[in-house]
Design a protein around this ligand. Structure first.
Ligand SMILES: Cc1cc2nc3c(=O)[nH]c(=O)nc-3n(C[C@H](O)[C@H](O)[C@H](O)COP(=O)(O)OP(=O)(O)OC[C@H]3O[C@@H](n4cnc5c(N)ncnc54)[C@H](O)[C@@H]3O)c2cc1C
Length: 406
């Protein structure tokens, strides 16, 4: 461990609660402002939902703002060497669409190309080349993002935190924050172990646990942020020999599933089902850590209906993690003074696709808390204000029925 605990007697400029991909990225960006920064987590770095992530990296979004953030983030992660190790693999990613979405997807490809994103109009035959025997129903129009893939979310978070630590950010894990209390222009942060520390500004990067912390800090339930938790499972299978080797990720919107070909022999099978996104669970409950039998049977069935040869795959393991869902599936990035928490800010509600956008969240949040005018900011964080839901200013997606593709 770096500095001794006397550091808690010090006033910090910024205290970040949460050391997942979001909080560590914010710490990395804030270190550049020469500010005194403390990064805290009750678990370890990436010990929350980041560590469960499929960590798919793509820029194919249908909302221009989110796509631009995706491009910014992709550019950082694809040149991550100056920060640390990303574990990035770029086998490409297929986005097949049915007739219903053909025109929308075409317009989207044009929009993404205008942003400088490489999108290739591909064909069902190309998918077949990689996945012999694949059923092509509902794959009427195919987009390939040739440089998309996946990274290592634990390595990325640790790299951000380590780079920040080298520049003077204090990192403390195993420290659960019990409450945050603004007083006299500062914010006091009290730990479950009885210690406390003060900062000029506190940033909550606390994912599904954000409302719990705000509630424990005195916020009434009726004023909670519109963030709910939903549980998602990923099933890992060992691919049969015919499908081994480096292969692109395949989205399967008609089956509301994605197939991530991990390494050369694993397949991570995940859900794109908006109904699962909206099935609320209590993040404080003792939730199962592996997928149940019915879920595995259902999703393996979807995989086999798409690629019958995967009938010879064997289930290796499964994990579950939580999505911090908002009504439009996009983050809340905002000061919380309207809720009575002056000096407290939030970046949470990332809705199950926040790893790939972690560089953008770090940049946006650090610009916000250091006083960059929103009009001059790289991305205007007012788009992510929590009152957008009541003002009818939701961040919209053109693929309304396809879960987290957005
Ligand atoms: C199964 C699954 C698959 C996913 N797949 C993808 C994908 O393919 N691509 C993609 O881009 N995204 C994906 N995501 C989403 C992505 O992983 C998350 O959006 C992102 O990693 C969340 O990072 P975070 O730092 O906001 O949250 P977390 O990683 O959950 O970190 C929050 C941290 O806050 C800490 N904390 C909370 N309360 C307190 C407190 N009171 N005191 C101290 N510490 C506290 C927690 O311990 C935790 O470490 C997936 C998520 C899951 C669960």
């Amino acid at each position: 461990m770096d500095q001794q605990f006397s550091i808690m007697d010090t006033d910090f400029d910024f205290i970040i609660v949460g050391a997942g991909s979001t909080g560590t990225s914010i710490s990395y960006y804030l270190r550049r402002f020469g500010s005194r920064v403390l990064l805290l987590d009750s678990r370890g770095i990436a010990g929350g939902n980041t560590g469960k992530s499929s960590a798919l990296i793509r820029t194919h979004y249908s909302n221009e703002l989110i796509a631009a953030m995706g491009k910014y983030s992709y550019d950082i992660i694809s040149r991550f060497n100056s920060i640390g190790f990303s574990g990035l693999h770029q086998p490409g990613m297929f986005f097949p669409f049915d007739e219903k979405y053909r025109e929308t997807a075409k317009e989207n490809v044009e929009m993404l190309r205008r942003l400088g994103i490489e999108e290739v109009e591909s064909t069902p035959k190309e998918i077949e080349r990689h996945f012999p025997g694949v059923a092509l129903e509902g794959f009427d129009y195919v987009v390939l993002e040739p440089h998309a893939g996946y990274a290592d979310p634990v390595a990325v978070s640790n790299s951000y935190a380590e780079a920040a630590r080298k520049d003077g950010v204090v990192v403390r894990v195993g420290k659960e924050v019990a409450r945050v209390d603004p007083k006299e222009g500062m914010v006091s942060v009290s730990m479950r172990d009885g210690s406390s520390v003060t900062g000029k500004k506190v940033i909550l990067a606390t994912n599904v646990w954000t409302n719990k912390l705000l509630g424990d800090s005195g916020l009434s339930r009726s004023r909670f942020l519109r963030i709910t938790a939903s549980q998602h499972a990923v099933v890992y299978l060992k691919r049969p020999p015919a499908y081994q080797g480096e292969k692109p990720v395949l989205w399967d919107p008609p089956n509301l599933a994605y197939y991530k070909m991990e390494g050369t022999s694993l397949l991570a099978l995940g859900s794109l089902d908006p109904q699962i996104d909206s099935r609320e669970v209590d993040p404080e409950a003792n939730l199962p850590e592996v997928a149940d039998y019915e879920y595995i049977e259902d999703y393996v069935g979807r995989l086999i209906s798409r690629i019958p040869g995967m009938g010879d795959a064997t289930v290796a393991s499964s994990i579950t993690g939580l999505y911090d869902m908002t009504p439009d599936g996009q983050a809340i990035i905002s000061p919380l003074d309207d809720l009575g928490f002056e000096g407290v800010y939030v970046c949470a509600g990332l809705s199950g696709h926040g790893f790939k956008l972690s560089p953008a969240y770090g940049l946006i949040t650090s610009e916000m808390v250091t006083g960059v005018e929103p009009e001059r900011a790289t991305f205007d964080w007012r788009n992510f204000s929590p009152d957008r839901f009541s003002r009818g200013k939701m961040i919209t997606s053109k693929y309304t029925s396809i879960g987290t593709i957005y």
